[in-house]
Design a protein around this ligand. Structure first.
Ligand SMILES: Nc1nc2c(ncn2[C@@H]2O[C@H](COP(=O)(O)OP(=O)(O)OP(=O)(O)O)[C@@H](O)[C@H]2O)c(=O)[nH]1
Ligand SMILES: [Mg+2]
Length: 202
């Protein structure tokens, strides 16, 4: 359940992020995915706050790491900078994985990653790298297909199967969401409840 959400800080790099993260004992849940996939909109949708995270129709809006405190210290939501926007995708994903890897190893508070992909498109090479990376780091994650409102229900079902095949995960492990219609919100919230209960050892 999300009762309250507040913006904590924007952080430019890993060092400042670690320093900030060290101040809190609570688990962290990251929202990752390529630029413009809908990460900030997803955070607004699940927190029920229209303008908590800044969204933009031009890709690359969130260049910083943004931290949000949920339920007054119960857990932190981390809005990661999107990948796939800069011209040099390889160095960019390296930078990105370093950032997230640093998070995992530095604090080890990362309880879960929501890995966002656009329901309308085949996952990109960088999306696949992100999933491969989470696998190899043995980090729990959930695939979230965003912008479901753009497709009919039948097309959503086809897209779910296509994404599952491309990313080599079970179709049931993909949650379809829409920031417009709020589709998938209840499913995400109940997943978060499980994640936090597990992190607390309940
Ligand atoms: N129709 C529809 N549009 C969406 C949805 N989610 C996001 N958008 C639109 O997609 C664009 C990008 O959304 P953002 O939430 O800013 O995406 P982001 O992943 O945070 O982007 P960066 O910060 O640039 O990495 C905006 O124009 C949003 O309005 C959705 O569920 N449905
Ligand atoms: Mg954003």
């Amino acid at each position: 359940m999300i009762n309250s959400a507040k913006f904590v800080k924007s952080l430019a790099d890993l060092g400042t992020y670690k320093a900030e993260s060290d101040k809190y004992a609570c688990p962290e849940i990251c929202v990752a995915g390529r630029s413009n996939v809908g990460k900030s909109s997803f955070i607004n949708m699940i927190t029920g706050r229209k303008n908590l995270a800044k969204t933009s129709s031009s890709p690359g809006r969130t260049r910083l790491l943004n931290l949000f405190d949920i339920n007054d210290g119960e857990f932190m939501l981390v809005d990661l900078p999107g990948y796939g926007y800069a011209k040099a995708p390889k160095s960019e994903i390296e930078k990105w994985s370093k950032l997230t890897d640093g998070n995992f190893t530095a604090t080890d508070k990362l309880a879960h990653t929501f890995a966002l992909v656009d329901i309308r498109h085949e996952p990109t090479a960088l999306d696949k790298q992100m999933i491969a990376y989470l696998y190899s780091a043995a980090r729990p994650f959930t695939i979230v297909a965003t912008k479901a409102d753009k497709l009919s229900r039948a097309a959503q079902d086809r897209a779910r199967r296509m994404i599952a095949t491309e990313l080599k995960v079970g179709a049931d492990n993909i949650i379809l969401t829409s920031a417009e219609s709020k589709q998938g919100r209840a499913e995400i919230i109940s997943r978060i409840d499980q994640i936090i209960a597990t992190a607390k050892g309940e």
